[in-house]
Design a protein around this ligand. Structure first.
Ligand code: ADP
Length: 478
């Protein structure tokens, strides 16, 4: 007997199968044609024979039942051998086909689920799904990369402790309308985020009720703040000389109307202020022009030595005023660099100009230009073995260390009063940095208090990059 066929089923089946024989035997026994002991032996014999015939059928039916049950439980099983149920065997074939079709459907579903998971994981935005209690149900890779690996089953408040976000989620849970907010996360993240909070559109078996998408807008916000600061600084820089000119005009029209000495003096100051404004406007225009071309790589062949020699001439008068001697130590020849002639001239002009401005009277400013293999630590030069190096060394008061990283920020000055006195706009080094970014060049600043400073510009050699540009310089806009 098959272990799958139960005894009660077997007895019931035999009773049913042998019931016609029992009726016939009973008829003969009632008619007196069969005595009782023959009736009993006969019936036992019939039951035994019925058992032998019924067993294979029962075992086939039982196997079929188990097979269907296994299919219902999504198990991968082989179709049973139903040789005793010849007509039912077709059913087994049909079930086999059904199983294969289920199998295909399941594989399709698994592929769709895997694709969706990959899609969600590769999204650059952070995706967090919570239930109505704000417990995290699912996250994508971007979320885990920022907030840690084990986020599931944690309360959102513990992962992103921001009241504004939590309140917005509560509002979405209550009134079912999506919300969009911006918020800032403090330590250890220090990031600005834009959050889109939506109600999950269908009832979810996994318990998802809210989907939160976070976009990192730190950079965007930084640029916005920088723009606002820039406009405020630029307006301030222009307003100061303008106010001074207006003041002098009023004085000249009023109290100093008939005072020729005062008039001469005031006109000189006004001319200085007007020149300062004009310099500022020129520098602002240069910056904006360089920024506009920031993503178009320059293509010209530039002879740095020629530019240095030409620019040096412009400072002879300023040097004479301070009794500063401008010394040059230039290599006889230098290979060309790839760039824009006028922009590189501006870099050299600004650096020589600063050195002459900030060096002490009766000292020397030394200009050096050479081909060097001692390259600064910078990704731009990772694949290069040499560069053109132009340095300007002055003997001024020097710059203390904390100021050096900020010197290329727009309008950053170490000593505002002193810089204004020497006619600085606070934009010269910002222009240098922007030009160098575009030229895949690097600026280094070394300074000793009381000794002076050396500003060096490194530029790649034309032939080293003409076949392909060096690694992109990261955008570090100040
Ligand atoms: P500015 O037009 O005011 O000189 P820059 O952007 O060229 O603006 O320089 C920014 C600040 O860096 C200056 O205000 C000055 O404080 C400092 N600085 C620049 N070059 C030198 C230098 N050679 N020696 C000392 N300080 C310098």
């Amino acid at each position: 007997m098959s272990s799958k066929t139960t005894i009660p089923t077997l007895i019931k089946t035999i009773m049913v199968v042998s019931s016609p024989s029992l009726l016939v035997l009973s008829f003969f026994a009632i008619m007196g044609e069969l005595n009782f002991s023959y009736f009993v032996y006969g019936y036992i014999g019939i039951m035994l024979v019925s058992t032998v015939f019924v067993m294979p059928f029962l075992s086939n039916i039982s196997a079929l039942t188990y097979y269907v049950n296994d299919l219902a439980l999504d198990k991968r099983v082989r179709a049973p051998d139903l040789s005793f149920l010849s007509n039912v065997a077709e059913l087994s074939g049909a079930l086999g086909r059904l199983q294969r079709s289920w199998e295909n459907k399941r594989q399709e579903m698994e592929t769709v689920i895997t694709e969706r998971e990959i899609l969600v994981d590769t999204l650059p935005d952070i995706l967090i799904m919570t239930n109505d209690d704000k417990m995290i149900v699912r996250t994508n890779r971007a979320a885990r990369n920022i907030f840690g690996q084990n986020l599931a089953h944690r309360h959102l408040q513990d992962v992103i402790p921001n009241e504004q976000l939590i309140n917005a989620i509560s509002a979405v849970i209550e009134d079912l309308h999506g919300q969009e907010i911006e918020f800032q996360l403090g330590e250890p993240y220090v990031k600005d985020f834009q959050a889109i909070i939506e109600r999950f559109p269908i009832p979810s078996e996994g318990g998802i009720s809210v989907v939160i998408t976070l976009t990192d807008i730190t950079q965007q916000k930084r640029i916005q703040r920088m723009r606002a600061d820039f406009v405020a600084n630029a307006s301030h820089e222009i307003r100061t000389p303008l106010a001074s000119i207006i003041g002098f005009i009023e004085t000249l029209r009023g109290p100093a109307k008939d005072d020729p000495v005062a008039r001469d003096e005031f006109l000189k100051v006004m001319a200085d202020q007007a020149e300062r404004m004009s310099k500022l406007v020129n520098d602002l225009l240069s910056l904006s022009k360089i920024e506009m071309n920031a993503h178009a790589a320059p293509i010209g062949k530039v002879d740095v030595l020629r530019i240095i020699r030409a620019e040096k001439q412009h400072f002879e008068w300023a040097c004479k005023q301070k009794n500063v001697s401008l010394k040059v130590k230039l290599n006889d020849t230098l290979p060309p660099t790839k760039g824009d002639d006028e922009e590189l001239a501006q870099v050299i002009r600004n650096l020589i100009g600063n050195a002459v401005k900030y060096t002490n009277p009766d000292t020397e400013v030394v200009l050096t230009a050479k081909l060097t293999s001692a390259l600064p630590e910078d990704p731009v030069f990772r694949n290069l073995s040499r560069a053109i190096c132009f340095s300007v060394q002055d003997h001024g008061e020097g710059i203390s260390k904390e100021h050096i990283p900020r010197l290329t920020e727009r309008f950053y000055r170490v000593d505002t009063a002193r810089t204004r006195k020497v006619g600085g706009t606070g934009l010269g080094l910002a222009i240098v940095k922007h030009v160098l970014n575009r030229h895949h060049g690097v600026l280094t600043i070394e300074s000793e208090i009381g000794q002076g400073s050396t500003f060096s510009v490194y530029l790649p050699v034309y032939d080293d990059i003409s076949s392909g540009r060096p690694e992109n310089k990261p955008e570090t806009v100040a």
